[in-house]
Design a protein around this ligand. Structure first.
Ligand SMILES: [Fe+2]
Length: 358
């Protein structure tokens, strides 16, 4: 949907509430990881403990199994940083020393070797924990730097066409919420978030007399306006980390029935991110006061979007959209206000910190 002065028309449906937040999913991922580490640790420990050492072959297997105790420690470092790694190293030590006490008591040569092994487990936990923690810190810093660069780009457009930035921040929050609901992966959501923020950055390349024209555009002016997805793609595509987002920026004015621009793509040929974005963008455009349209209520905006299901919008995305209750959208809207002191819903790939507003 167009943002700014020119947008397409949109226009009732049953309401239902299928409100799901993504918090439980994150918590369940965490629980699954804890469970996997625990199963891995216990399986290796039980196998190690029960393999007899009477024959040379089985002693070799016994020692190989002992080395596998490093696996849960490293997994804990990757998923839960230093603290998690130290915690699992403590459990490995407790379980392993019980095995040593009951099966190897008095075998001093073996015991020295076994203590050395425990020391190595702790060393591995510390090294892996510190290195993974440091790497995550660098990645977080990089994500914040990217975020700053993207907001700066949108600010550049905002300097010409006011309210673009606020609109882009809201559309990003809406699009990510919709994307989560249709179970896009975290990587896809991160790309969708970038694209939603930058969708209209190509309007930087549209002349002021067209971009800021209060009245309707003539056909030639429309032609220029319709170049903004291509210009946007050209601006951001050279950035490696924005290459995927550029595809969505390029296709953000395509319509599900194939009557959009610039390529006239239809249905599944339009990237999923662009189909999700279209609904998020329409919601914000309809609920905003524009020169060509008074602000609509959520119910009215929802009716318009539902009426355009299958023409402008992917019916599947619309189906998911209508299942999300109004309060969820209101909450996101408030979080995006510059004066808001609400904790913003975390975006994929970034720290849960307030979105900078300039
Ligand atoms: Fe646009």
């Amino acid at each position: 949907m167009a943002v700014g002065h020119h947008t397409e028309d949109m226009s009732a449906f049953p309401r239902n509430s299928g409100h799901k937040t993504w918090g439980p999913r994150l918590r369940s991922t965490r629980s699954a990881r804890v469970l996997l580490i625990a199963i891995c640790l216990l399986a290796v420990m039980v196998a190690h403990w029960t393999v007899p050492v009477a024959w040379h072959f089985w002693h070799v297997v016994h020692i190989i199994l002992r080395k596998l105790l490093f696996v849960p420690v490293v997994l804990a470092a990757i998923w839960f940083d230093l603290r998690g790694a130290l915690y699992v190293a403590g459990m490995v030590t407790a379980l392993y020393l019980m095995h040593v006490y009951f099966q190897w008591a008095g075998a001093y040569g073996e015991n020295i070797n076994q203590i050395g092994e425990v020391a190595t487990v702790w060393l591995t936990a510390i090294l892996a924990g510190v290195l993974v923690g440091r790497e995550k810190g660098v990645l977080r810093k990089l994500a914040c730097t990217h975020e700053g660069a993207l907001v700066a780009l949108v600010s550049a457009l905002d300097a010409r066409e006011h309210n673009t930035q606020a609109h882009s921040l809201r559309v990003r929050a809406y699009a990510v919420r919709l994307g989560r609901e249709i179970r896009m992966s975290e990587a896809e959501l991160a790309i969708l978030a970038q694209a939603a923020l930058l969708h209209d950055v190509g309007k930087i390349g549209v002349r002021d007399d067209i971009l800021l024209k209060p009245g309707p555009l003539n056909p030639e002016e429309w032609q220029s306006m319709r170049e903004h997805p291509s210009i946007g793609r050209k601006i951001i595509e050279p950035c490696d980390f924005l290459r995927e987002a550029a595809r969505i920026v390029y296709t953000h004015h395509e319509r599900f029935d194939g009557t959009g621009y610039p390529q006239g793509l239809g249905g599944a040929a339009i990237p999923l991110g662009a189909r999700v974005f279209a609904v998020a963008d329409a919601l914000d455009a309809l609920m905003s006061d524009r020169p060509y349209q008074a602000e609509l209520s959520f119910a009215e905006a929802k009716s318009r979007i539902l009426a355009d299901s299958g023409t402008a919008f992917d019916p599947e995305v619309v189906r998911v959209f209508v299942a999300i209750p109004e309060e969820a959208w209101n909450q996101l809207r408030q979080e995006c206000e510059p004066w808001s002191n609400l904790t913003p819903t975390p975006l994929p790939g970034t720290e849960p910190k307030p979105v900078s507003q300039s």
